[in-house]
Design a protein around this ligand. Structure first.
Ligand code: BLA
Length: 505
């Protein structure tokens, strides 16, 4: 794989970004070797920043209280979460915010930054947590998250960026300076954020780029004397940012970023991405607050998502009730499903739904023509029984239905009886049809191989290519909901047929 900074567009997926061998210049990094805590590797700016020679000397020799402050922290594991402290160096003349952790391979990494003006955040964080806890839908929570980060971190633009199952991203909420172009609703391909970076962001939950125009400060010596290889900087907050990504941000005109991971159920669900159009240093307490808030937001998203599932189950139970009442009233259950189109569309976030039953076709919303629907029914009969049938690129996966894209690129179907040809089917359109973009999304953009062309515009064009012909994924919740509706209708159909038979006798 390409070393840090050596990647081009053909191999940037595998750039070793955690082996940056350099830092951003707003702090200094020391690698300490136990037991003496001797400085064996340091960023080239360390001696100047700390006001004393560092390489080869034990930490205690640097003056101030830094060595004494570290001693009690060494009892913590420090291999997953860095410990934070305030300390002094050089006979107490210089104060620093410090972060201490154990990288893979051994030793201790100490990162030091001069403290910025630290506002008292406790009231604002408390209020923010309150707002997070009282958000009652995932969408509302994401909007709240963008407002909270803008308030606390103060960047020009804050986006909540959500990943789908394939890793493609969507800007689902945004707060920005009024004069900035909106990115809300934009979609980006998974390839904009390599897998290696995503794995890193699961472990390192807040990343900061202080000044896009920075000159990276190399580590000296280049390799860690403890391991004989590049220092693992995965958990470093001063780590240099991949030049590939820096180029991307430069092309967007961005001057500084802070990005926090949103973890839901142990997965990287999305990011809160803050952009500033000038350099921006964020003092450690603000970063710590952002990390805490991102954690709270992720936890709340998880709770709301399981609540959404519970709501869907409740809605299906109510639907069952209404179908049974309709049989009593009208001698038929189908009105309960189709009198209001939203009844069937909303629980699955579908654009169209169809019932094929006893040779008849009932529909809600946008659906293909009757002849095509009958063909679909015949094809569904050839599919294995016992589970829902789901397609996100129907026209590609089943080429004879190619003409049904763009309106019905996504299909979800469940049988409603044991009889052939009796199905409930939901449809979703091709997702490029559903995207809002400030400007013309279909204006051709050449997706070339030149990194200096990296931009959201190009990304969007690339996303467009990658997802062509596909609908938004059916989530596990969608599949469960569809199956529940299918089973419920099947029960109702059995009762309905039994009653009809009795009446006929
Ligand atoms: C990282 N790329 C990222 C990150 C984002 C994006 C959000 C995470 C940055 C962080 O957590 O600090 C992408 N940023 C966007 C997008 C928007 C945005 C889409 O603001 C839209 C508004 N990038 C590419 C390509 C490659 C690439 C083609 O576009 C190469 C495969 C690489 N992106 C790349 C790398 C990183 C990255 C290497 C990791 C940066 C790092 O942490 O060092």
């Amino acid at each position: 794989p390409p070393a840090f900074g050596q990647a081009d567009l053909s191999n940037c997926e595998r750039e070793q970004i955690h082996l940056a061998a350099s830092i951003q210049p707003h702090g200094a990094l020391l690698l300490l070797e136990e037991p003496a805590l001797a400085v064996v590797q340091a960023s080239a700016n360390a001696s100047a920043m700390l006001g004393t020679e560092v390489l080869g000397r034990p930490l205690a020799a640097l003056g101030g209280d830094v060595a004494a402050r570290i001693a009690p922290l060494l009892r913590q594991p420090l291999d997953a979460i860095p410990a934070a402290m305030r300390c002094t160096v050089s006979a107490g003349a210089l104060a620093f915010d410090a972060l201490l952790h154990r990288p893979a391979g051994g030793g201790l990494i100490l990162e030091l930054e001069r403290p910025g003006a630290a506002p008292d955040l406790s009231r604002r964080v408390e209020r923010a947590l309150q707002q997070i806890l009282s958000a009652y839908s995932p969408r509302m929570l994401c909007e709240e998250a963008a407002r909270i980060f803008r308030d606390i971190a103060g960047y020009d633009r804050v986006m909540v960026y959500r990943f789908d199952d394939d890793g493609h991203g969507e800007v689902v909420a945004e707060q920005r300076r009024d004069d900035l172009e909106p990115y809300l609703g934009n979609r980006y391909p998974a390839s904009d954020i390599p897998q290696i970076a995503r794995r890193l962001y699961v472990r390192n939950r807040v990343r900061v780029l202080v000044d896009i125009g920075y000159t990276p400060v190399p580590l000296e010596p280049r390799l860690s004397p403890i391991t004989g290889s590049d220092l693992d900087m995965s958990l470093c907050s001063l780590r240099s940012i991949s030049p590939m990504h820096v180029q991307y941000l430069q092309n967007m005109g961005v001057g500084a970023t802070l990005v926090a991971s949103l973890m839901v159920g142990g997965r990287l669900w999305g990011l809160v991405s803050c952009h500033h159009y000038a350099p921006m240093a964020v003092p450690f307490p603000i970063r710590a607050a952002c990390e805490l808030l991102a954690e709270a937001i992720g936890t709340r998203i998880a709770a709301l998502e399981s609540f959404v599932q519970a709501q869907a189950e409740l809605a299906v139970r109510r639907l069952e009730q209404r179908m049974i009442e309709a049989i009593g009233r009208e001698g038929d259950w189908r009105g309960a499903l189709f009198d209001q189109p939203q009844t069937l569309l909303q629980p699955l976030n579908a654009n169209g739904a169809v019932l094929l039953f006893e040779g008849q076709v009932l529909s809600a919303g946008e659906v293909p023509g009757t002849a095509e629907l009958r063909d679909l029914g015949a094809w569904l009969d050839t599919q294995p029984r016992g589970s829902v049938v789901a397609r996100t690129a129907l026209g590609t996966e089943e080429p004879r239905f190619a003409a049904l894209t763009p309106g019905a690129a996504g299909l979800l179907a469940t049988p409603v009886s044991e009889e052939p040809g009796e199905w409930l089917i939901w449809f979703r359109p091709e997702q490029v049809q559903t995207v809002i973009w400030g400007g013309d999304p279909f204006k051709p953009v050449i997706v070339g191989n030149d990194p200096t062309q990296l931009s959201p515009r190009r990304s969007f064009a690339k996303w467009h290519q990658v997802v062509e012909g596909t609908a938004e994924h059916w989530t596990p919740t969608d599949l469960a909901t569809a199956r529940l509706i299918g089973d419920t209708v099947t029960d109702v159909v059995l009762q309905f047929r039994a009653v009809r038979m009795l009446i006929a006798l």
